[in-house]
Ligand binder design. Sequence first.
Ligand SMILES: Nc1ncnc2c1ncn2[C@@H]1O[C@H](COP(=O)(O)OP(=O)(O)OP(=O)(O)O)[C@@H](O)[C@H]1O
Ligand SMILES: [Mg+2]
Length: 247
Amino acid sequence: MLKLVGVETYYGKVKALHGVSLEVKEGQLVTILGANGAGKTTILKSISGLVEPEQGTIHFEGKRIDRLDPEKIVSMGVGHVPEWRRIFPELTVKENLLMGGFLIEEKDLLHNRMKEAFHHFPILKKRKEQKAGTMSGGEQQMLAISRALMIKPKLLLLDEPSLGLSPLLVQDIFATIKELHKSGVTILLVEQNVNRALSIADYGYVLTTGKIFLSGTYEELLDEEKVREQYLGEGKYVRRSKLWSGS
Ligand SMILES: Nc1ncnc2c1ncn2[C@@H]1O[C@H](COP(=O)(O)OP(=O)(O)OP(=O)(O)O)[C@@H](O)[C@H]1O
Ligand SMILES: [Mg+2]
């Protein structure tokens, strides 16, 4: 469904992606793992057209999309839930959802999609007239996901949905993602919550400084000592850094 080959993306003169190749098959939940600054967000932005790769190709359902406008890419069925949610804080919950459905012209369809969102997240229905910026972090994340679902995407890009949420809400969000996947949405999930992400994913890519350095299934990646050391809190390095930080 999605294929990146040798993607290189720059911010000015700074190269953020050094030839990234990856694949997401229809129906899969694929995760991209990596530390801060590795380039995870840049991969998602390159896919949804918010930044344009200098080299390489991106195909979605067989069509090349790496030179298309973001709006066109959305209309092809790629939904993007950005990092830190980025809902419109001054707009109400309902207005945020309408913004997500801006490409939908038929009123009935728009109405139905909103009903589906409320069915999925009943809290949003209760809060539909509330200003989105006054909702809790978890509620805002649910709204951000619902907003992207308004176009009924074939592929959903999720950028660190668990960021800044309490452990209980993180659990809720991962349960939601699992449910969405079960309902047939193909998902590309960026996470730093390695254990949780891998436990619901079919396949994972590990990114370091703009390059994929490992990929595999949950079991395969857990077998890799380097993954355990760097991302799962095991190994000498992590223990030492914990000591340094005094925790
Ligand atoms: N708008 C920008 N202008 C200049 N450099 C940028 C910009 N956005 C990102 N970068 C740089 O590109 C690199 C990759 O950033 P990116 O946001 O993709 O990382 P990330 O893996 O999503 O990190 P995090 O886990 O902190 O969200 C970093 O070195 C970052 O400083
Ligand atoms: Mg990021």
